[in-house]
Design a protein around this ligand. Sequence first.
Ligand code: HEM
Length: 146
Amino acid sequence: METLQFIHSGWAYIVLLVLVIATFNALIKFFSGKEYSPVDFRFSLFALITMHIQLLIGIILFFSKDYFSTIEEVGGMGEVMKNSALRNLIVEHPLTMIIAVALVTIGYSKHKKKLVSKPKFKLLAIFYTLALALVLAKIPWNLWFN
Ligand code: HEM
């Protein structure tokens, strides 16, 4: 379990880096009206892949953590929701990150179907920016840098 957390924690750097690059790449090229090129496809695809890998590691980590015993010990989900630290780990972090992965997946598939540069960048810019905001909001910074 410690190994899993180590991997999830380390892979998060790659996720963040690749997602920031893909998002700003889309935003800058949307606003400057650039032509869509293979590099742009690669950035968007790498962000999709790294996010999905992190999702898988996260889900396995979640179940290996035995949060269900924790929930029982503290007296149910009501108590978990009253405790901001537990609520963050058990509910908010996983849920928000799943939504972020979904946003990247939707943005990626929608942008692929468009044939013209502007709408391609527009879809990537919107969905990846939303996903990045969610990821930044719900990374457990206090745990990560400890
Ligand atoms: C896809 C984007 C995600 C990112 C960038 C991310 C990032 C992180 C980071 C930086 C930590 C702190 C690790 C540490 O202790 O140093 C963490 C912890 C954790 N994450 Fe994620 N995560 C993501 C998705 C998920 C998902 C989808 C799940 C579960 C379904 C999940 C479950 C967990 C769990 C269980 C912990 C351990 C919390 C603890 O210390 O008890 N993560 N995550």
